[in-house]
Design a protein around this ligand. Structure first.
Ligand SMILES: [Cu+2]
Length: 437
């Protein structure tokens, strides 16, 4: 008997005798999850397919009613943002791997080919499955040797947002990017359907400026913080129409840190975790969702206010990039003509920090080859002094296509913060215009 059938038969017996409860919040059991059967999720798909900014969903074939996927674990030359590339470990030529998308009830067969220089295994994080399909090398299966292809098969008997990741030499393989997201749409959806369904994986890396291999030994000083393995200004915006119901699914497989992801201009509700749906009565309104390491969070809101709304990790060092670390603190230092003198020897020299660090992004100073400046990218009004885990939610009233970046938001007249006039200062604050200092 195949191991999964054996495990499944035990589960059947357990279900019949009431030992094994149905998954919390599901309200029903799936006694048919032990083997291939009818595929209720396959025909009419009453769901909005996922949108993966800077990524994609994994194509599949249907063979005898089974959704067949193929993941290839391999080294990939990956670009974090224009200017910084590194040799990472991903799947199917991408970092991170493509999103596995299915419908609750689908029977899936996932082949995993190992093209890494060392053994691996793939774990399906959060998914209820037979023990032998859990993907923990050594514990539940033999490791997949370089050149080998293993077969995993199980039925998705839950819906939700899950993850997959290497579960062998985890510290190295995950630090190099061996991970991806899994989205299982409900078979019987309840509540309003999302018009836009975005998926993000959060991660943190140590890539020393000027090098091209992420360092898996790092425990504290991560200097490349990513949304779907991209760092702003390398992150694609989320484009939505005014009035869209937006779902954002966020997973975190960073080595060490949790990320509080903050959305401007809106409050959302946390509707699900990788443990299941959150009961409506327990959905608190929030503007920031903390996504702990090894967890997913789904948030939902209706995008009813047009604009270019920032969404970013609220840890201020997580919206920095490589050059924001290990530099001397020069705030308050009066450099006098030091720069002028130094430039005679080093034409690009510039003392950092007389005005904070905001001058580091656009100063045009030579940064080491293959590295990113400390922060940012050009915005509509000025330089944006955030990088790393930062992107923009673009909400538009008139939108031709979700696939096109609609450009910067054209604010209605009189709705942009601007310099105060002498008349306004006098009228509201009683201040006379002072002469320049
Ligand atoms: Cu963070």
């Amino acid at each position: 008997m195949k191991p999964y059938l054996m495990a499944g038969s035990l589960a059947l017996v357990a279900l019949a005798t009431g030992i094994l409860a149905a998954p919390a919040g599901e309200g029903k059991s799936y006694p048919d999850w032990v083997g291939p059967g009818p595929q209720p999720g396959l025909p009419g798909k009453d769901y909005t397919p996922v949108t993966v900014p800077n990524g994609s969903a994994l194509p599949f074939k249907i063979v005898d009613g089974v959704k067949v996927f193929h993941l290839v674990s391999e080294e990939v030359e990956h670009e974090f943002a224009p200017g910084l590339k590194a040799k990472c470990w991903g799947f199917n030529g991408q970092v991170h791997g493509p999103v596995i998308e299915a419908v609750e009830g689908d029977w899936v067969r996932i082949y995993v080919t190992n093209r890494l220089p060392e053994p691996t295994a793939v774990h399906w994080h959060g998914v209820f499955l037979p023990n032998g399909m859990d993907g923990v090398a050594g514990l539940t299966q033999k490791a997949i040797q370089p050149g080998e292809t293993f077969k995993y098969e199980f039925r998705f008997r839950q819906h939700g947002t899950f993850m997959y990741h290497a579960h062998h030499d985890e510290m190295t393989q995950m630090a190099l990017g061996s991970m991806g997201m899994i989205v299982v749409h409900p078979r019987d959806p309840k509540g309003p359907k999302a018009d836009r369904d975005f998926v993000y994986m959060l991660n943190e890396w140590k890539v020393k400026a000027g090098t091209s291999r992420p360092d898996p030994n790092e425990m504290t000083e991560f200097n490349v913080l990513t949304l779907n393995a991209r760092s702003f200004p390398g992150t694609a915006p989320m484009v939505v129409k005014k009035g869209d119901r937006v779902r954002i699914r966020i997973g975190n497989l960073s080595a060490m840190e949790h990320h509080p992801i903050h959305l401007h201009g809106y409050a959302f509700k946390i509707v699900a975790t990788d443990g299941g749906d959150v009961a409506e009565s327990a959905q608190q309104p929030e503007t920031t969702v903390l996504v702990p390491v090894g967890s997913t969070r789904d948030v939902e809101f209706v995008a009813d206010v047009p604009g270019d709304w920032a969404i970013h990790c609220h840890m201020s060092h997580h919206v920095m990039t490589q050059m924001g670390h290990g530099i001397p603190n020069m705030i308050g230092v009066k450099p006098g003509n030091l720069d002028e003198k130094a430039r005679k020897l080093l034409p690009d020299y510039m003392t950092m920090g007389q005005d904070g660090m905001g001058d580091m992004g656009n100063m045009g100073m030579a940064v080491p080859k293959n590295s990113l400046p400390m922060v940012g990218g050009q915005g509509q009004f000025d330089y944006i002094t955030m990088g790393g885990m930062f992107t923009v939610l673009k909400v538009r009233e008139n939108l031709k296509s979700y696939d096109e970046d609609p450009g910067w938001y054209q604010n209605p007249k009189g709705t942009v913060a601007s310099p105060a006039s002498p008349e306004e200062l006098k009228h509201d604050l009683g201040e006379e215009k002072k002469s320049e200092p």
